[in-house]
Ligand binder design. Structure first.
Ligand SMILES: Nc1ncnc2c1ncn2[C@@H]1O[C@H](COP(=O)(O)OP(=O)(O)OP(=O)(O)O)[C@@H](O)[C@H]1O
Length: 213
């Protein structure tokens, strides 16, 4: 763990409409930071630019001294996401969906499967490992997506509404695991409109109409 911060500096994102307007924020290592704001305020857009999925129109995002945008929308291996639309492969099993995140980072099949199984167990869905993701409920899919992001032990974790489909006890498990990721030194950012998550975070920033408040 490097302990580097994720630094968003004077970012504008304007694919047509102005969606991020002069946003500067540092997401520190070892801390859970909430990005709070109403629906449509720009939380997903900020996480996407911060994590290097889309290029800023102006300004920079850097992690450990290098830009997160690599020119093609492929995130750096140090950055893991829980996306709102999950990004799971519907015809693969829950375990395979988690294991491919490790396979993409060079982990062998046997090890990847074992670690995927353990990650599913953390979220109480080990029994669903063989099920195709398209057969799962929304909340079960969300836990597979969280397990996939967590299993790679990335130093940067960007989670977009990671508990929106979960009941309170499963939401508590996910928040607890994200907290532990920060405790081991990761940058953890959670986009949310849930005041309870904002309260549980170490710090928060507020976004409205693409501007930080
Ligand atoms: N590529 C795009 N082109 C034009 N408008 C866009 C594009 N992407 C997002 N938007 C708009 O930008 C605004 C911010 O969207 P974003 O998804 O970042 O909001 P959000 O805060 O994450 O909302 P929610 O809480 O509903 O997920 C919205 O009005 C959305 O419709």
């Amino acid at each position: 763990m490097t302990g580097a911060h994720l630094v968003v500096d004077a970012v504008r994102y304007q694919p047509g409409p102005l969606l991020l307007d002069d946003v500067s924020v540092t997401f520190p290592a070892g801390q859970v930071t909430a990005v709070a704001g109403p629906s449509g305020s720009g939380k997903t857009t900020l996480l996407s630019v911060a994590g290097g999925l889309i290029a800023p129109t102006a300004g920079t995002v850097t992690y450990d001294g290098a830009p997160t945008w690599r020119g093609n929308g492929d995130p750096r291996p140090e950055i893991a996401f829980v996306l709102q639309v999950y990004g799971l492969v519907p015809i693969l099993s829950a375990r395979e969906n988690v294991a491919i995140a490790l396979r993409a980072r060079g982990v062998g099949w046997v090890d990847a499967n074992d670690r995927a199984e353990a990650a599913l167990a953390r979220f109480d869905i080990a029994d669903l490992g063989d099920r195709q993701v398209e057969e799962l409920s929304g909340g079960q899919m969300q836990r597979v997506a969280v397990a996939r992001a967590l299993v790679v032990e990335a130093p940067v974790l960007l989670a977009d509404e990671p508990t929106s489909e979960l009941d309170q006890s499963n939401a508590d498990v996910v928040l607890d695991v994200l907290r532990r990721e920060a405790d081991r030194g990761a940058v953890v950012v959670i986009a949310t409109h849930d005041p309870a998550i904002v309260d549980a975070a170490d710090d928060h920033v507020t976004i409205d109409e693409g501007r930080l408040g």
